[in-house]
Design a protein around this ligand. Sequence first.
Ligand code: RUQ
Ligand code: CUA
Length: 623
Amino acid sequence: MTTRLTFLVCGSLTAALLASAGCNPPGATKSAKGDSTSAAARTFVAPGDKDEYYLFYSGGHSGQVYVAGIPSMRHISTIPVFAPYPATGYGFDEESKKMLGGFTWGDVHHPGLSQTDGKYDGRWLFVNDNANNRIARVDLRDFKTRQILGPIPNSSGNHGSSFVTENSEYVLVATRFSVPLPKGRFAEIADYKTEFNGMVSGIKVDPKSGEMAVGWQILTPPFNWDLGSTGKGPSSGWAFWTSYNSEMAHETLEANSTQGERDYAAIVNWRAAEQAVKDGKGTMMAGVAILDPAKVPGLMYFLAVPKSPHGIDTDPSGRWIAASGKLQPVTSVFDFEKIQKAIADRNFEGEVRGVPVLKHDAVIEGEVPVGLGPLHTQYDGKGNAYTSMYVESAVAKWSLPPWTDAQKKDLNTVILDKIPVHFNIGHLVIGGSDTKAPYGQYLVAMNKLSKGRHLGVGPSQPESSQLIDISGNKMTMLYEAYTEPEPHFAQILKADAISPIEVYPKAENTNPHAVWEATQAGVTRSGNKVDVKMVAIRSRFVPDTIEVKAGDEVTIHVTNVEQTTDMIHGLGIAEHDMNIVVDPGETKTMTFTAGKAGVYPFYCTNFCSALHQEMQGYLAVRP
Ligand code: RUQ
Ligand code: CUA
């Protein structure tokens, strides 16, 4: 009923997708005051108490990852990843500057937590940069970005990641955009179909250190790979991506890439890829072993999925794979057991560039009529799936197969509940949905629009994230929080799964430039290079006057000798565009060229004590 009504209100589905900002579902209420007392009680975390879960959510084109608590939805931390962030001095000290590699922005989409045996192990969070083809690792010991890999060779538009395999062997990534390869080669855009390629890459993760390196790559036709997920259980060793633009159009994609009734999903045997490279079946391109799926049978299969699919999500058992065609109101459920059988029986309906296309009818379990504009599906581990619907602004809860014959006859009957969200949901997240053991208590709906639900802030509006209780039969809306653009996807982690450190232990500081006593601090010069070893302690810098000459290359190593949690010192230098922030027990280095002659104040940028204001000094630059 809701589906039909919305359909009528919105005109056509495509029109609705395009103009969906103006199309809210009937029954979308402005507030939920009726239930507000019990909802408030369920999200209330008393001052001094702690949340039960972490929510790590993408900061989109801010290049950052935000951390909030669930159920309070309070923002706790911002982890800068792909962009400089003066608040923590990220991108100003030498180490993080080097990691950023000269880029000043990135586009974070899909955080992925590390796993051991198909469960979150609380070690790392991987995030992708869609814009500059990078992938980063955040260490959950200290919530700091520790590695940025990329730009990934032979790969453009790192959107289809970060999908972590069951034992964090790999973070799997696929390209949204196709380009002539290797990167840097010119080809006419008109020759898109023949000269451009996409790529699926296996980013190998060192099991001890988490250090990432490109393991192998699989060359693909120039489809636009979209979302993906990794297998487990029966689908262990496999990974799945949807695509749009199987038409291989290169202009006016909005129309030209939506011609076909179906687009291809890729089904990739990543263990076979690993083996094929070991067996020497790869060809080197830009330093990476590239596999051609036409020449390595068993590596990759295609599967036609209706109507420009977006999300593709493997359920906790690893058997069911839900893919949503955003231009049609159903989610297709595929059975991995049938996929295996179709592969064994060579039950194909053709091939594309040497890649077999699995017979759709042989592997589909059913099409669940969830509603309009379905995007992503998450699982609660109790046999239920939850699909976000962008056009309908709602989340549908439905039951996974196996279905009874009666249910199969009318899959409307597997839809258990629907809840409106505000508005135009993209991703949704349930803690552990991509693992064998989802938490199944909360769902966060990450909505693209929030119009009219908050105080006016001018034309640029925040996004909204809504917390929904999924512990009962019916979903209950609990809370609404506002976020910076743009929380694409998120991960939820049980708070007790990690215990982040509070200071960097002095004993672990191996930085050769660290100084722990005021007597060791000082300034040395060699030629026009000036080297400063500085101690920061409440509430002074030693030394607090530094004399240099205009044009000198100045390097300052600051050690924050505190061993007390939260005792952070910053070092900002006036008119030098420099600010680093040093955590307790940490040593950081800044390098800059001394500016014009003059005397420039520097000061501690983090309020650290009653005498924080006094924590200042001078950089004297002689002519
Ligand atoms: S996408 S709203 Cu970048 Cu994850 Cu689906
Ligand atoms: Cu140190 Cu303020």
